[in-house]
Design a protein around this ligand. Structure first.
Ligand SMILES: *[C@@H]1O[C@H](CO)[C@@H](O)[C@H](O)[C@H]1NC(C)=O
Ligand SMILES: *[C@@H]1O[C@H](CO)[C@@H](O)[C@H](O)[C@H]1NC(C)=O
Ligand SMILES: *[C@@H]1O[C@H](CO)[C@@H](O)[C@H](O)[C@H]1NC(C)=O
Ligand SMILES: *[C@@H]1O[C@H](CO)[C@@H](O)[C@H](O)[C@H]1NC(C)=O
Length: 475
């Protein structure tokens, strides 16, 4: 009465094909031999045609704020929760089918998913996992010949596509909207019950007797959401539909829909072509997450005292600082900057501005900066460094580069060793000032490998005669 409704999957109509499995999810999460996925039993299980004994499939009721407004009751409209699965490590995972047919929450939908969106969800869940970003996982993708009608571009042109089902895994599929629906409809006992369940199951560091447990829970979600969004930003990931029902209470990435990885750097990048206002542009994600956390606080209000509500406000205010700190850390790491220097924020901001102006590729600019040698940069030899080639067309590139190289380098290649000075002096006394000039040139870029310096042996083992050199005060 109700957080879940019993709901049976509608099996995908055959012939069925196992289009893909994630070995890492099957073996690493479920601890099942991948060979099992080749069986008919698996094919039917993972497409909604067979249940394990004792399994009671469920559809979850939730609500949510969509595009800024309360949308009322939503719920799993095409997903079925099959049960909890405890793996060898003792970790509990929730198995869910997506595209497995109608549920009590389908509204006008047909409960199906097409190959197009299922392939995207399957690949991106696993890609995010391997990027080290908290996410739901995808174990298998099964496609069928079952026709599914879709109006892909919302232009009235209905096309027949084919149905598919993804078996997806998460530690929990509860969303901010899971709590919102209960608070909004005054189901406060149920709200408390669900919160206690989520805290007991998933927030083991929170003591269930702690009178501030809901506050600690909130603080954890605020912190982890800030970290998650910063991680999205560090790989240029735009989720595309950051509604409160698409935001996990465990702060893992869920609901892969019209997501996109930004190519040319552009803070206004919007992956969903119908999102004309750019509400969920990549650059808006940090603020949208803040909005969602405000809505979470609103949902918790009925179970918080006045004092706790004030404290929760303060926690929420801290979100921006946590986010800024994390994003700064991540971008410093992308640029290979160790320690902390005052101008680091400026160096990063300067680079991003040049990337925006030159529309440089987000992923490859950082990657190539980590692969190119200082010498290649110095010589502007950017052969095969296509993203850096774009970036280097910026009129301030040299300025940024010298700042960057300076910041990056802590180990010079050339210093004025005694023998080098001595050699230059001997020539100078014969009115040959070429080596003085050469040294000046070389030592003005002490961190960059230079051909003439290498030829002169300035980075080589010092000559034997250098050992005999003595320098007196009158020198
Ligand atoms: C915030 O979350 C991050 C990421 O999960 C974690 O590493 C960090 O310890 C958390 N900080 C606090 C103060 O809980
Ligand atoms: C995200 O939430 C919206 C409702 O806000 C829902 O219609 C949609 O299915 C969710 N997106 C995905 C990819 O599941
Ligand atoms: C894309 O944005 C439009 C406009 O805001 C919205 O109606 C639609 O649901 C979004 N698409 C998806 C798949 O969420
Ligand atoms: C430019 O860099 C590439 C890759 O390191 C190298 O093979 C090539 O010799 C360099 N060209 C010049 C002119 O230095």
């Amino acid at each position: 009465n109700c957080i879940f409704s019993k709901s049976l999957p509608t099996p995908l109509k055959g012939p069925l094909r196992l289009a893909a499995v994630s070995k890492d999810a099957i073996e690493g999460v479920l601890n099942v031999d991948t060979a099992v996925t080749q069986s008919d039993e698996f094919l039917h299980y993972a497409s909604g045609g067979r249940l394990l004994p004792g399994s009671v499939p469920l559809a979850h009721r939730y609500g949510g704020h969509q595009f800024g407004y309360w949308a009322g009751q939503l719920g799993d409209g095409r997903a079925h929760f099959l049960g909890q699965y405890t793996n060898r490590k003792g970790d509990v995972w929730e198995l869910q089918l997506k595209g497995s047919g109608k549920t009590p929450y389908s509204r006008s939908g047909d409960g199906r998913a097409v190959i197009r969106s299922s392939v995207r969800e399957f690949l991106c869940s696993e890609a995010m996992h391997f990027l080290g970003i908290p996410t739901s996982r995808a174990a298998s993708l099964i496609v069928s010949d079952e026709p599914v009608l879709r109006d892909q571009f919302y232009n009235g042109r209905v096309k027949t596509e084919r149905g598919a089902v993804v078996l997806r895994l998460a530690k929990s599929w509860f969303r901010i909207g899971s709590l919102e629906i209960l608070a909004q409809s005054g189901e406060i006992d149920l709200l408390r019950k669900l919160l206690n369940f989520v805290i007991n199951e998933h927030f083991s560091s929170i003591n269930s007797d702690d009178p501030d447990k809901y506050l600690v829970f909130y603080s954890t979600v605020v912190n982890e959401t800030a970290h998650l969004i910063a991680q999205w930003m560090s790989v240029g990931f735009a989720h595309g539909v950051c509604n409160t029902d698409n935001f996990s209470l465990l702060s893992v990435t869920i609901d892969y829909g019209p997501f996109g990885f930004m190519e040319s750097y552009d803070p206004h990048f919007v992956p969903n072509s119908s999102d004309d206002e750019g509400r969920y542009s990549i650059g808006a994600q940090a603020n949208v997450a803040l909005f969602n956390l405000e809505k979470l606080l609103a949902a918790l209000r009925p179970v918080l005292s006045q004092k706790q509500q004030r404290e929760a406000q303060i926690i929420l205010k801290g979100y921006v600082d946590v986010y800024q700190m994390r994003i700064h850390q991540l971008f410093k790491a992308k640029l290979g900057l160790l320690d902390e220097e005052e101008d680091d924020g400026y160096l990063i901001g300067f680079l991003l501005k040049m990337m925006e102006d030159t529309r440089s590729d987000f992923t490859m600019t950082f990657r190539q900066l980590s692969e190119v040698s200082a010498q290649q940069l110095h010589n502007r030899n950017l052969t095969q460094m296509w993203a850096l080639e774009d970036l280097s067309s910026h009129k301030l590139f040299s300025d940024w580069l010298s700042m960057y190289l300076h910041r990056l380098n802590v180990n010079p290649r050339y210093v004025l060793r005694n023998w080098m000075a001595d050699s230059a002096i001997r020539k100078a006394e014969m009115n040959d000032f070429s080596e003085v000039e050469l040294l000046l040139h070389v030592l003005s870029s002490p961190f960059v490998t230079q051909e003439t310096a290498e030829e002169a042996g300035y980075a080589a083992r010092p000559p034997m005669w250098a050992k005999r050199l003595k320098v007196s005060c009158s020198s």
